[in-house]
Design a protein around this ligand. Sequence first.
Ligand code: NCD
Ligand code: ZN
Length: 354
Amino acid sequence: MVQTVTIARPDDMHLHLRDGEMLKTVLPYSVRQFGRAIVMPNLKPPITSVEAARAYRERILAAVPENTSFEPLMTAYLCDATDFATIEEGFVERVFAAVKLYPAGATTHSEYGVTSIDKVAKVLDVMQDLGMPLLIHGESTDPTVDVFDREAVFIERTLMPLLERHTRLKVVLEHITTEQAANFVASDTSGRLAATITPQHLLLNRNAMFTGGMRPHYYCLPVLKRERHRLALRKVATSGSRSFFLGTDSAPHERGMKEASCGCAGIFSAPNALEAYLTVFEEENAVEKFEAFASENGRLFYGLPPNEGTITLTRQPTDAPELVQLSEGKSIQTFMGMGALPWRLVDQKSRQSY
Ligand code: NCD
Ligand code: ZN
């Protein structure tokens, strides 16, 4: 039985870092694992301008713990009214690595999102010429569509026409959750379509949200799906295919915002995301494919060089905290605080566990 696993330092290709005190609290958990992250722009207000992205990047860099390194890769929040010149300028000046498309109303802080793809067609044309990736929250917002069908319906009604209309645009379908999405991305032969997969969608099916009662800390968007979807995701994630890579979608919310009559969507997986992913790869007898998923496929899609250094996990029960404290008695519940994982990340500096 493998006792330690060492891979090139990985990247998190879908991360919510928030701002202010929350940013300072959650960022170190990502920094100890990842060399870079694609940072989501759904702040309040959203990151829609080059200046706002630059300033946010500075706040992130200021919160990186001393003697560690981390590169935040910023994204622009796409609105109906986004000017293509802003996107072009941000990309050329190496501020924006990508553009994030939230269908208006699909998820947390998506109210300024896109109401119709027609409205952003010009921006997408410019992005395709620049080779700039479009990152999509792929869920239909049609209220008559069942919540568990929203991803599959989005693929049919929105993503397929979008890919046909913009034939060279690079697209990442973010946090895929269904067999339909897994098959759709796997069947692409052009290399311009990829998908991120979260730890929770690989480890859990929708039963987790209702075991013994309502479990708000297992609620995220897109929502957990049936077992057959989880199995399809595990298959593609561990297949070695270049089209699938790591994106935690770690999305911290203060506990009171989730344990509420209308609780927020989002799972805070940053404290032990890698341990969670490795658990899946081991269960699938695919530990040798873990490095491609975590450290190679994503950076190749984005055209990034390898990170310096490696990270090592050892076979030891995880020691991630169940709760991460904020000020005034507030806290964030962590994902695997609700179950034990058999792996532990070894701290690179001291070679001690964290
Ligand atoms: C994310 C958040 O809280 O910002 N929530 C989530 O459930 N994943 C938004 C998102 O990525 O959909
Ligand atoms: Zn997200």
